[in-house]
Design a protein around this ligand. Structure first.
Ligand SMILES: *Cc1c(COP(=O)(O)O)cnc(C)c1O
Length: 818
């Protein structure tokens, strides 16, 4: 970790203005107030992003004792109380600092980029060279415009190697990263698979990534006949870069890997080494090829590598979140248990655990490189600032050092001892973080905690959800607000988890169908305003108690609600008026407006927060004239209300399809629904969205059939020749309709599609896998990346809305961020 005095940092950043009252040594950089651990030697960079502004958190951090800040503006009321370094742009300043630290270091800097595998290559290379070179690497996948400078900050004077990941999210960023990192060596992992029609795009992606390596001395890559390899070779020739290549069965590569009968051999420098490499899939071999080559190029002896290869640890990138027994939320982090990952996981627990009691189950920690005493002191600090109900500490080491945890701690020497003591623990409605080194087999604990379901799971990618949100956000005028519809259990994806992610990413409003859904969200800690589309009479007390805002669509509802609110002694309670413009569902008609205005003027306890209507066919070009009529009608009716009421309110009309198709329907708020969850109303738009949810089942059994045998109820399918079928753990009770029987539906297993045979049962279905390698236990995709929800909907004669919301509640939802 770098350590610099505050005035030195100010100089490096060419600050506009510096107010350093008491000079201090800085060793810790903070860019996110929620990741605050300790004020000691801490410098906060107030970054401005699309939806956040670090400047809003200065006061809160000062309260916690932070005294050093890099800001774009010094707040007047705080300026006398802390050290401020004022710069033009805090993000650029952070990058500048990263670059300065890198320049001062004598370490060889090796940068990794590519579409996939960056993190795994980094971790494995580090595992292969760790006893030969003193090295530092990016934590987890800190590879962005702010992640990279934070990674560089970790470099010390005596490091010999720094392994830095670089990733970009839009064109133009790589040049900037190259300037910051100034790599000596590079690894180009791979480029995502391309379809021939976007070949130009592929070339553009490669060129952009290569910018990182313009000044390197050595570039490591996979040599084969691919387009990427040719591009790299041309690039190296042009820029005078030395190449180091490896390949599978490539005799001309520097390192030639061969795989025969499960044995991996590497031929290098006229020497052949046998490698006992513990992973078999193609991606792992590629990642291994890169890390192996880099280790050899760095001069690590082949014999040493051969000894270390069998011990390579899988890199699990996903923090998984699941619903467990007794209403618990289980966060499972199987990533290696170094300090940084503990910090990230605790932060995740804080964010997703919201109102729940928080429990940490932690094993001995390896891979920190610190002496135990110092390591556990640091862990104590993290734990003590995390607001935990209790800690369960498992392992010999942690048992010696846990006396500094300031929350109740129970200790067990090993996982078995804890499981024997299981009946004494009552976990209920808690958020439980499992953080265990691999050898402690915490999966045994998570199995106990998880709901006993059949193995059918809906995977929900919250990053993809936010990607989709931002895609629509970019189409709005700057001040237009977004209401995210999370009705029907977040379109089947899980209301709280989705709402929580949306709240964090700056959505302005949430919409639910019934009051109960809103109450659930409030209880779980969601504070955004919530519109309830169907406020039932019986739910009124809850509406007021939990500040849920009703849609009012009739005089009867208006009067009832006004009376109830008066009885509660509330004032200016927000309501939302629904207007009828052509959908002919709920809403006030034009003829009713004069009376509505009169009644509103006499009701003091309610305040119209918004006026809205709903489009009947915004996704169908055939009805565009009708949609335009609806827009005009809404404009006109809401205008009448605006003229009559003494205050302004929000006006909204557009659902997902209308956001892109009818900009004139945005008014000042839009209601985003289905597209957020990854299903667009047309193909063009679909290209810009990411898949959010994937429904996965498993192969419960594979069975051989003889000619003449039949499958499933009613014997509607007969095998005419010998064949194999796979029995899949999902049926119509999960949402896989019976109408998908006998070939109407398909599933995706091991890279191929297989049609259903026989009738779909309640909890199972069968598919024809004749001649394939499908095996018991294989994962089965029902919809997701390979079979789109649109396609499944078409096969079921319905629309994606019904597919999403028809996934039974017994299907476990698992959330992850990549
Ligand atoms: C569900 C709903 C939406 C969202 O519609 P999408 O087509 O899913 O974007 C918008 N407004 C109202 C009133 C709704 O009920």
């Amino acid at each position: 970790m770098a350590e610099l005095a505050l005035d030195q940092i100010a100089k490096l950043l060419a600050a506009k203005q510096v107010q350093v009252r008491a000079n201090q040594k800085i060793s810790r950089l903070l860019i996110d107030s929620r990741q605050f651990v300790s004020a000691d030697a801490c410098l906060f960079f107030a970054l401005r992003g699309q939806n956040h502004d670090g400047h809003h958190h200065l006061f809160e951090l000062m309260e916690k004792g932070v005294v050093n800040f890099v800001v774009e503006e010094v707040p007047r009321d705080l300026q006398a109380k802390a050290n401020f370094i004022q710069v033009e742009n805090t993000r650029a300043a952070l990058q500048q600092l990263g670059r300065a630290v890198r320049k001062n270091s004598k370490a060889k800097v090796l940068a990794i980029t590519g579409s996939n595998g960056k993190t795994v290559v980094k971790e494995w290379l580090s595992q292969l060279v760790q006893y030969d070179l003193k090295q530092v690497r990016s934590p987890k996948s800190f590879n962005s415009q702010v992640g990279v400078p934070l990674s560089l900050w970790r470099m010390d004077e005596d490091h010999e190697l720094a392994i830095i990941e670089a990733g970009i999210s839009k064109p133009g960023e790589m040049g900037k990263l190259a300037e910051i990192i100034q790599p000596d060596w590079g690894i180009f992992t791979n480029i995502g698979s391309a379809h021939s029609e976007n070949f130009a795009l592929l070339e553009q992606k490669i060129d952009e990534k290569l910018l990182l390596f313009k000044e390197v001395q050595l570039l490591i890559y996979e040599k084969n006949n691919s387009f990427l390899a040719q591009k790299i070779e041309a690039f190296a020739a042009e820029n005078g870069i030395e190449l180091f290549s490896w390949g599978l069965g490539q005799a001309h590569a520097d390192v030639n890997l061969t795989m025969e009968e499960g044995e991996v051999r590497a031929r290098w420098n006229n020497q052949t080494i046998k490698l006992d490499f513990p992973f078999a899939d193609e991606g792992a071999v590629q990642n291994f090829g890169h890390s192996l080559s880099a280790a050899l190029a760095l001069g690590v002896a082949a014999e040493k590598i051969a000894k270390r290869a069998p011990k390579l640890q899988p890199v699990e990138m996903r923090l998984e979140m699941k619903r467990g027994i007794q209403g618990n939320l289980i966060i499972n982090d199987a990533y290696n248990s170094d300090l940084e990952s503990i910090r990230i996981a605790l932060h995740f627990l804080e964010h997703h655990g919201k109102n729940r009691d928080k429990v940490l189950i932690l094993s001995d920690v390896y891979q920190s490189g610190l002496p135990p005493k110092e390591l556990y002191q640091k862990i104590s600090k993290l734990i003590n600032s995390s607001n935990l109900l209790k800690v369960i500490a498992i392992g010999e080491r942690i048992g010696k050092y846990n006396q500094h945890f300031n929350c109740p701690t129970q200790y067990y020497p090993n996982t078995e001892a804890f499981l024997r003591d299981w009946p004494r623990h009552h976990f209920s409605h808690s958020a439980i973080l499992l953080k265990g080194a691999r050898k402690f087999h915490f999966e045994k604990i998570s199995q106990r905690l998880e709901q006993k379901n059949h193995e059918t799971v809906l995977h929900v990618n919250l990053h993809a959800l936010i990607h989709n949100l931002n895609y629509y956000r970019a189409q709005l005028r700057p001040h237009t607000k977004i209401m995210a519809m999370v009705k029907a259990f977040g379109y089947g994806s899980g209301a709280f988890e989705v709402a929580n992610a949306l709240q964090f990413h700056g959505v302005n409003y949430l919409g639910v169908a019934y009051a109960d859904e809103g109450v659930e969200l409030r209880k779980a800690g969601i504070s955004l305003p919530i519109l309830v589309l169907n406020p039932e009479l019986s739910a009124m007390p809850d509406m007021v108690k939990y500040t849920l805002e009703p849609e009012i669509y009739s005089f009867k509802r208006l009067r009832e609600f006004a009376e109830h609110v008066t009885g509660c002694g509330e004032k200016d309670f927000p309501i939302h008026l629904k207007l009828e413009t052509g959908m002919n569902r709920l809403g006030f008609t034009e003829e009713e407006l004069p009376q509505l205005i009169a009644e509103l003027q006499s009701i003091q306890v309610l305040k119209v927060e918004s006026v809205f209507s709903h489009l009947a066919a915004s996704d169908e070009a055939l009805h565009d004239d009708f949609t335009r009529k609806q827009i005009a009608q809404f404009e006109q009716m809401s205008g009448q209300l605006e003229a009559a009421l003494p205050y302004t309110f929000w006006r909204h009309l557009a659902n997902s399809a209308a956001i892109s198709r009818f900009p004139e329907a945005h008014f000042n708020l839009v209601r985003l629904g289905i597209s957020l969850y990854g299903a667009a109303s047309n193909e063009e738009e679909q290209k810009h969205l990411r898949v959010v949810s994937e429904l996965k089942a498993t192969v419960s059994q594979v069975k051989d059939l003889k000619p003449g045998e039949t499958v499933s109820y009613g014997r509607s399918f007969t095998a005419h020749e010998a064949m194999q079928i796979a029995i899949i753990s999902l049926g119509y009770a999960d949402g896989f309709r019976r109408s998908l029987s006998n070939g109407r539906g398909e599933v995706f297993i091991r890279g191929k599609r297989y049609p259903t045979v026989g009738r779909v049962c309640m909890d199972m279905c069968m598919v024809n896998v004749t001649g394939s390698e499908v095996q018991e236990g294989d994962a089965v995709e029902i919809f997701g990346e390979n079979i789109s929800v649109n396609e499944l909907a078409q096969n079921m004669d319905t629309i994606p809305y019904e597919v999403f919301t028809g996934i039974s509640q017994r299907v476990k939802r698992v959330y992850f961020m990549e």
